[in-house]
Design a protein around this ligand. Structure first.
Ligand code: ZN
Length: 153
């Protein structure tokens, strides 16, 4: 799977894909959403704790390809502790990154987080895998917006 990807970041993606971080359901979560990418068979459930304007904890469970699991793992690591506005900004920025390979609009405020997500930028060369990478972020948006289902569109 994803044999075409030949870059320095492959190892990190595989590491997160095989051993996803925050693969759990936070007990006091108050926002939930499900994500589904039927093109690849990736499915996940995201649960997060929103305390006022801050995402204090989040975790996901599900199964799918290494890209979808790695993306969800990295998403939970970068979004934890962020405000709603920052989480939405990261989501927009990541989708630009996954679709085009770069994010000229991404501001300096979240530069460290975007650097952490950079390993997934390579998916823009593989259009069929972009949805694998963005599924976790669509699901995050759905959870933050309070809707139950995230589409992969
Ligand atoms: Zn996938």
């Amino acid at each position: 799977m994803f044999d075409d990807l030949r870059d320095l970041y492959q190892e990190l993606i595989l590491d997160h894909g095989l051993k996803p971080r925050n693969f759990r359901r936070p007990e006091d979560a108050n926002r939930h959403a499900k994500g589904d990418n039927p093109m690849c068979g990736d499915r996940m459930e995201l649960a997060l704790k929103l305390d006022g304007e801050v995402v204090t904890d989040l975790g996901f469970q599900g199964r799918g390809c290494a890209i979808s699991m790695a993306s969800a793992s990295l998403m939970t690591e970068t979004v934890k502790g962020k405000t709603l506005a920052q989480a939405h900004q990261l989501s927009d920025s990541f989708r630009a990154l996954a679709m085009t390979g770069s994010c000229p609009e991404c501001g300096a405020e979240l530069a460290d987080e975007m650097e952490r997500l950079q390993p997934l930028a390579g998916v823009h060369e593989f259009p069929s895998r972009v949805k694998c990478a963005t599924l976790a972020w669509h699901t995050l948006n759905a959870a933050l917006d309070g809707s139950k289902e995230a589409s992969s569109e």
